[in-house]
Write a protein that binds this ligand. Structure first.
Ligand SMILES: Cc1cc2nc3c(=O)[nH]c(=O)nc-3n(C[C@H](O)[C@H](O)[C@H](O)COP(=O)(O)O)c2cc1C
Length: 353
């Protein structure tokens, strides 16, 4: 499994291995102020010390009215900086790179803190939240992403990851199903990715050249061909790293060839990997070190992210390397309890980190 533990680099920065902690909101831990709690600090410190080469800190909102849920972290004011600094410092001390995922939920924002509905266009699934954003509102959101990235840099992170997947704001802009605008932010691929590119350029100008600009994208945005075209366009426009997941809709899942023993999201990531030159992280239901290593060693990915299993066992990466037994996620039948309240995970003991 040597490939999994081999070094790599992103924008010239060394990554000690290929194992990534993907962004996962720790529901129930932050208050409405979006400030990092003690639980967050020990959670991320333990996973950085537990072997991750790269950590992507959970979806962190760029404006309070862009939150999906009131217990998300934020980077919209300076009071949120000290906790973020501690997270960044503990990752660096463990020899890991750390990015923050910066996020706006678009029409999925919590309504009580979204007086201005944030959908880019009329969405058939949410007619109640379907008012199109004005150009001024789009520019304000763009500037908020850039300000959040500046704070991430000030906090000591190595870069940021834009949340461009799972049907949130940037995914809504990218998707022709959601985005029916007729102005320069809708229609062609170039227009649907205009906001992403403007944010990327703003971050590069504000944060400098030694700062990683990553983006999480959906491989089926709106289908695999579109996902590949979008990824190539983002690479051409200055993004350094692609983290491939799913779009916000269930349509056009790529067919997985028989020889590929993973699901359609990993296949989508592997397909994008072969179409671009920048590094690609693949994710979803990879679960074991052996399965992660196979993807790296066969050239299907540059990095492999391990989500729920790393929530359950903080030392997932270190144990992968030492061969110790890993405590596996139970894949609860009713869905992951971290998604409602992290402390409800049956694998999370009161004293655990
Ligand atoms: C509790 C929980 C919270 C999540 N929060 C985020 C998030 O903040 N941003 C994001 O892009 N994906 C989020 N995800 C998705 C994960 O990053 C990952 O893609 C997903 O869990 C699949 O990987 P796995 O099968 O290894 O768990 C979350 C998943 C879980 C279980």
């Amino acid at each position: 499994m040597a490939g999994l533990f081999s070094e790599a680099s992103i924008r010239g920065m060394r990554v000690k291995n290929r194992m990534v902690l993907p962004p996962m909101v720790c529901f129930g831990w932050a208050g409405a102020d979006g400030i990092v709690s003690e639980k967050h600090l020990s959670h991320y410190r333990a996973r950085a010390e537990g072997g991750a080469g790269l950590l992507v800190i959970e979806a962190t909102c760029v404006v309070p009215d862009g939150r999906l849920s009131m217990d998300q972290l934020g980077l919209w004011n300076d009071a949120q900086l000290p906790g973020m600094k501690e997270i960044a410092a503990s990752c660096s001390a463990a020899g890991a790179l750390a990015l923050v995922q910066i996020h706006h939920a678009g029409w999925k924002s919590v309504s009580e803190c979204a007086p201005v509905a944030a959908g880019p266009s009329v969405n058939p699934d949410r007619p109640d939240a379907s008012r199109a954003m004005s150009t001024e509102e789009i520019h304000a959101v763009r500037d908020a992403f850039v300000s959040a990235a500046k704070r991430a840099r000030e906090a000591g992170f190595h870069g940021v990851e834009l949340h461009g997947a799972h049907g949130y704001l940037l995914s809504q802009f990218a998707s022709p199903y959601d985005n029916r605008r007729t102005d320069e932010y809708g229609g062609t691929l170039e227009n649907r990715y205009r906001l992403h590119v403007e944010i990327g350029r703003g971050i590069r100008a504000a944060c400098g050249r030694d700062f990683i600009l990553s983006i999480r994208v959906g491989c089926n945005e709106p289908d695999l061909a579109g996902g590949i075209a979008g990824a190539k366009y983002l690479e051409e426009n200055g993004f350094d790293l692609l983290h491939v997941s799913a779009s916000g809709h269930d349509r056009n899942k790529p067919a997985v060839p028989e020889h590929f023993p993973y699901n359609w999201i990993v296949w989508g990531g592997a397909s994008i990997k072969h179409a671009v030159g920048i590094p690609v992280i693949v994710v979803n239901d990879i679960r074991s070190p052996e399965r992660a290593a196979w993807l790296i060693e066969n050239g299907w990915a540059d990095f492999v992210a391990i989500g729920k299993d790393w929530l359950v066992d903080a030392r997932w990466g270190a144990k992968a390397e030492s061969g110790e037994e890993i405590l596996a996620c139970l894949h609860c039948r009713k869905g992951c309890s971290w998604f409602s309240l992290s402390d409800r995970c049956p694998r999370r003991k009161p004293e655990s980190v």
